[in-house]
Design a protein around this ligand. Structure first.
Ligand code: SAH
Length: 296
């Protein structure tokens, strides 16, 4: 007989699934990632015959606001179609429990090589001997290595000189960037996130990689001192909002890696950083996402 009361700690989730044509996947993912709880999953067709044969999924905690969020997602998808950026199919919502969510998530996370790094989930024993392996349990935090903005930061971390340097990772999520920096020889790494779930996930992931990362709840303003490299894979408006705090953490001639910037938000973000005396030394763009490296 099933228990009459599920354990209190059990979180229920809403899975929001949107069928999309390959060309619409990026735009749908961007919308879902604005509403979903840290991360989206994209299911690819085994044998693509065109049409809306990809599925983009996001997970929302089933709380009082969840249904309003689903309605916002519907509106945003409607706008997408109105701009001719579809074709997308009918949004489907279902309620699932933690265990199902984890299984669905696990099936969607596959090992991936990005720059100098090979990112694999904890349940995989895949190897790439030529790369620096990062083993991650994405848990409930964003940062599986699949999102283009994370990839852009990992590419930057493949190029930057990290041996012996101090690194601050603002918005660490799963801890992926902090762990990558540590694996490439950074000496002292502080990682912060405003989301307690991320703090927990990053702490566990660092431990799982046998690394010591100082993970704390908070943001750039809650950290003292300066760093050789500051990482900030956030979103445009947040980068603008905390530009001064980020600047304050970068030591003279240190680097700030800023990502999560849409091409549309780039001028405003650039303006905020230049006003703080930061100058761009490198720029990369992929699928409408811009990653900047700036120096103080
Ligand atoms: N660094 C990871 C995760 C990026 S997602 C990666 O590159 O994949 C962005 C993270 O920033 C989320 O975990 C979110 O909780 C956190 N975040 C959002 N606003 C923030 C802020 N103002 N300060 C610190 N963290 C923030």
């Amino acid at each position: 007989m099933p228990p009459s009361n599920p354990p209190r700690s059990r979180i229920r989730w809403l899975e929001v699934a949107v069928p999309a044509h390959a060309e619409a996947v990026e735009a749908v993912s961007e919308i879902l990632s604005r509403f979903g709880h840290n991360g989206i999953a994209v299911e690819l067709p085994i044998d693509s015959r065109g049409g809306t044969d990809h599925t983009v999924k996001a997970y929302l905690v089933e709380d009082a606001e969840a249904f309003a969020k689903v309605s916002d997602v519907r509106d945003a998808l409607g706008h997408l179609q109105a701009f001719g950026l579809g074709p997308i199919g009918e949004l489907a919502v279902r309620s699932i429990d933690d265990a199902d969510w984890l299984e669905a998530w696990k099936a969607s996370v596959t090992p991936i090589r990005i720059g100098a790094f090979f990112v694999r989930p904890t349940w995989s024993d895949a190897r790439d001997d030529g790369a620096v392996t990062l083993t991650l349990d994405p848990g409930m935090a964003f940062g599986t290595g699949l999102h283009p903005t994370t990839q852009q930061c990992l590419e930057a971390l493949s190029q930057l000189r990290l041996e012996g340097v101090r690194v601050l990772d603002v918005g660490t999520g799963s801890g992926i960037l902090a762990i990558a920096a540590a694996k490439r020889g950074a000496r002292e790494i502080v990682a912060v996130d405003t989301d307690p779930l991320a703090v927990r996930a990053a702490t566990e992931n660092a431990r799982g990689n046998d690394l010591s990362v100082d993970v704390r709840a908070g943001s750039a303003a809650d950290v003292d001192g300066t760093f050789d490299v500051v990482l900030a894979n956030l979103v445009g408006p947040v980068l603008v909002q905390i530009a001064a705090d980020l600047r304050a953490r970068v030591r003279t001639s240190g680097s700030l890696v800023a990502a999560g910037i849409t091409a549309q938000a780039e001028p405003e973000v650039l303006h905020a950083f230049t006003a703080q005396g930061l100058g761009v030394i490198d720029r990369a763009e992929r699928a409408d996402w811009v990653r900047l490296i700036l120096t103080a």
